[in-house]
Every structure is written in structure tokens, then in C-alpha cells.
Design a protein. Structure first.
Length: 166
């Protein structure tokens, strides 16, 4: 009888601990979603690319740090490019997707299944660059870059807070 009572007590304690863990996991997810939403709405974050997905090639896992920094007054990108270029750059330093823009359009929409879609149009680059950044509530993201002089390329990664001074 004592063993049965002890077993029932252990099951109740284990069940309550499991319920608390589940609640704290949901709480962490909610806090993460609020943090991501704040970064997106304040237009203050960094997209870190982990994988490049060219149109006519296999995906490439990126081993170096490539990113796009989004701020209220500036958007800068340092991303690689794989694929077909219709116009070769005259300056080798213009390879990849590299720019710093102070003239751009930035528009956010809520995604149907949660998260956000940011539409970014760069106005002061030598060529027309349109980007679509899809962000989930967990912070994972995918970026599609459309450039008049190249095939479209996509990147998978995540967003995080920008480090100050960079």
C-alpha cells in the first residue's frame, strides 16, 4: 500500500514538473517572438546567411560570416554570389552582393502563418536591387535577392540583434 501511494505521489510530482516545463517553453517561445517582432518593427537587426541557394546550382553551405544589416537610415550587405551574371563587374570588389544604401524603401507585411515579410528596394546602387526577407517568429529567415544584372539568389539564415558600433 505504501509503495502504491509513493508511486502515485511520484506521478503527480512528475506531471506537475512536466507541465511547468511545457509552460516555460511556451513562455520562452512567446518572449522570442516578441523580441523578433521588436527588431523587425524598429528596423534594427542583422540577417546572418548560413546557406546560399543559387537558381542554377546546388545550395552552398557558407562557412564564413556573411550578413545584411538593416537600420532606420542604412542597409548594408556583404553576401556572396553564385550563379549567372549577365553583366560582369568592371571592379572586382563589386563581386557578390555588396552595397551600403541610404536611399531605400522598406515595407513590412504580416505573413499568413505568422512572422513577417520585409520588402526592400535599394534606390542608390549602380543597379536595381529588390529583396524579400521572410522572417519567422523564432528568428529564422530567408532572403531572396533580385538584381537586374544577375540571376536571382536566395539565402537561408536567421536574424539577430546588431552589435553596437558595427
Amino acid at each position: 500500500m505504501k509503495k502504491l501511494a509513493l508511486l502515485i505521489l511520484l506521478m503527480i510530482v512528475a506531471g506537475s514538473l512536466f507541465a511547468q516545463e511545457k509552460k516555460s517553453k511556451k513562455e520562452r517561445q512567446r518572449e522570442q517572438a516578441e523580441k523578433v517582432q521588436k527588431m523587425v518593427e524598429l528596423q534594427d537587426y542583422k540577417f546572418v546567411a548560413q546557406r546560399a541557394i543559387p537558381m542554377s546550382m546546388r545550395s552552398v553551405n557558407l562557412t564564413s560570416t556573411y550578413d545584411m544589416r538593416v537600420g532606420n537610415d542604412t542597409i548594408s550587405a556583404h553576401l556572396p554570389y553564385y550563379g549567372r551574371a549577365y553583366v560582369a563587374p568592371m571592379d572586382p570588389s563589386e563581386g557578390g552582393v555588396r552595397f551600403e544604401s541610404k536611399e531605400f524603401d522598406y515595407r513590412i507585411e504580416n505573413a499568413k502563418k505568422g512572422g513577417w515579410i520585409a520588402y526592400i528596394s535599394i534606390k542608390d546602387a549602380k543597379r536595381r536591387i529588390e529583396m524579400v526577407l521572410r522572417i519567422t517568429t523564432t528568428g529564422s529567415a530567408s532572403l531572396s535577392v533580385n538584381d537586374d544584372t544577375r540571376q536571382t539568389i536566395s539565402f537561408d539564415g536567421y536574424i539577430e540583434e546588431k552589435t553596437r558600433g558595427k
